[in-house]
Write a protein that binds this ligand. Structure first.
Ligand SMILES: [Ca+2]
Ligand SMILES: [Ca+2]
Length: 292
């Protein structure tokens, strides 16, 4: 077998190029090579900047945080309020302020983290990040929806997220376990429950004292504040008979129920979630009133 010559594999340089390579190997050629190289390097940045020019025209659009949902859904004046604000890009928040209050309370950021998107919802609706904050809300802060919170990041400010402020004398915090008649949480005749249909299969049951001739009005305020809860209310007699129920009201997915009592005695108001599985974003306010 004929041995393959290594040199025979060397690519043949076409004769017109060969002289110039020889030129570059010489000292004079070396100087010329460096001069050419410097020339090329001088041109490269201008070529690169020319290539970059279209990108400069497309300046990066600022992406400020988006606030979607406060948890819980209402604040109480005269107290230190701890609040989780869910949204998108909220981890970039450097500071926050309240509108509608002068001066704005000093807001402390406790934690910023990713947040699980609830099943059946989306990041655009329920957020995929959250920031936990704390601040003292002055006692003179007016009840209602005149205040809002704004998140400030290096990319700009979020749109204001309206906050509900309720008098401490009216607010009752939901307390678990309250999943059945035996565990029902007793409510005063007029109040607003601040609650959450938490993870797992949850139902919140409240015990109400009915008075003959009085009308009970129970209204859920949740979906219209950004909560993912689709609420349903059912009123039961002490014997378990259904006295009334409602899924959706004129306002949308929030339930509204009224019932005129024909006799004195306890009854049970059950709040449940429709269709969706309970989650950490199923927050609600339940306004209960009893009037002749
Ligand atoms: Ca419960
Ligand atoms: Ca509903």
């Amino acid at each position: 077998m004929r041995a393959v010559s290594f040199t025979s594999c060397t690519p043949r340089i076409p004769s017109p190029v060969r002289p110039s390579l020889k030129l570059l190997r010489r000292p004079a050629g070396s100087r010329l090579f460096h001069a050419l190289l410097l020339g090329v390097l001088a041109v490269v940045p201008s070529l690169a900047s020319a290539a970059d020019a279209p990108d400069k025209d497309k300046e990066k659009k600022p992406e400020p945080p988006v606030l979607l949902l406060p948890l819980p859904l209402a604040l109480v004046p005269g107290k230190t309020n701890r609040l989780v604000l869910r949204g998108q890009r909220v981890k970039t928040t450097k500071s926050l302020r309240l509108t509608g209050l002068t001066p704005s309370p000093e807001i402390q950021i406790l934690k910023s983290e990713d947040a699980k998107v609830p099943e059946g919802s989306s990041a655009a609706k329920a957020g995929d990040q959250q920031v936990e904050i704390q601040f003292f809300l002055p006692a003179e802060a007016p009840s209602g929806t005149n205040s809002a919170v704004v998140a400030v990041s290096p990319d700009g400010e979020s749109k204001p997220l309206p906050l509900v402020i309720l008098s401490a004398s009216l607010v009752v915090d939901e307390v678990e376990p309250n999943d059945g008649f035996k565990q029902a949480q007793t409510l005063p005749s007029s109040c607003t429950v601040r609650g959450l249909l938490g993870e797992g299969v949850d139902v919140d049951v409240f015990r109400i004292s009915g008075k003959a001739g009085h009308t009970l009005r129970a209204e859920v305020i949740a979906s219209r504040l950004g909560s993912t809860l689709d609420s349903s209310l059912t009123l039961y007699s002490a014997e378990g008979a259904v006295l009334g129920s409602n899924d959706d009201s004129d306002t949308g997915r929030d339930a509204l129920l009224s019932y005129k009592f024909t006799a004195d005695g306890p009854c049970f108001l059950a709040l449940t979630s429709v269709n969706e599985k309970p989650s950490k974003t199923h927050a609600y306010l339940l306004q209960v009133s009893d009037a002749p």
